[in-house]
Design a protein. Structure first.
Length: 235
């Protein structure tokens, strides 16, 4: 009986060993699959996070460039108000052309809006149209004031005119550069929101490709503007 049982015990041990090997192999396979799934999830998450962060970066870049545009236009308005103050000094009554310029400078400054945190808001829709209109009105008023100053040199000092032209020329260059940089940032934002797979993230998180409008030049901006004088001889 002992001799018969020995082979049976050996066979059972072999079966147990094989069973354990199969179980270990199955466990290793499960671990391999789990690791592969984790790696895939990490890869997908990295794409997801990277895409979202890129959209946030482009969005903030557009807002930052817009703040530069607003800063330069505000600076331009300040120069205009300095012109009004200097040109009107010593006069009993403000000349009409300078009054219009002062009013338009104030109107332009009031067109730029900020949020509850004091950050500039990029205008959209009707607000963008109103801003373009305010800029056009201010530009025309500024042109009128410059022309009136140049046509009546006996009323103003030569230093006032030369200093004015230097400041306006520098201001125009800064405004032009700020508008160009803003438009470039809007292009980068729109491209980022329309490319695949970022377009998926943009749709999920509400990054509208057309959220920020381009700052376009007015029609006829390449030609010389007309000069009009609202009651220029009124003193």
């Amino acid at each position: 009986m002992i001799l018969v049982a020995a082979p049976l015990v050996g066979a059972a041990q072999v079966q147990d060993s094989r069973r354990n090997q199969n179980m270990n192999k199955g466990t290793r396979n499960l671990i391999t699959v789990a690791i592969a799934c984790v790696l895939v999830l990490c890869f997908v998450a990295s794409i997801f996070i990277g895409g979202y962060n890129n959209l946030v970066t482009q969005d903030e870049s557009a807002k930052n460039q817009w703040s530069q545009v607003q800063t330069q236009y505000q600076r331009r308005s300040d120069v205009a108000e300095q012109l009004v103050a200097s040109a009107s000094a010593g006069m009993q009554e403000e000349i009409a052309v300078f009054k219009v310029l002062r009013d338009q400078a104030a109107a332009l400054s009031g067109t730029f809006k900020k949020d509850e945190y004091g950050q500039p808001i990029i205008p959209e829709g009707e607000d963008a149209r109103k801003l373009e209109e305010s800029i056009a009105n201010f530009d025309q008023a500024l042109i009128n004031a410059i022309a009136f100053t140049a046509d009546n040199p006996e009323m103003f000092s030569g230093d006032l005119i030369s200093d004015l032209m230097v400041q306006l020329e520098g201001g125009e260059n800064r405004v032009s550069n700020a508008r160009r940089d803003y438009n470039n940032s809007v292009t980068a934002y729109r491209m980022a929101t329309r490319r695949f797979p970022a377009v998926l993230f943009a749709t999920i998180f509400g990054f509208n490709a057309n959220r920020y409008p381009y700052f376009q030049a007015d029609e006829g901006a390449q030609s010389a503007p007309s000069i009009t004088f609202p009651t220029p001889n009124t003193r």
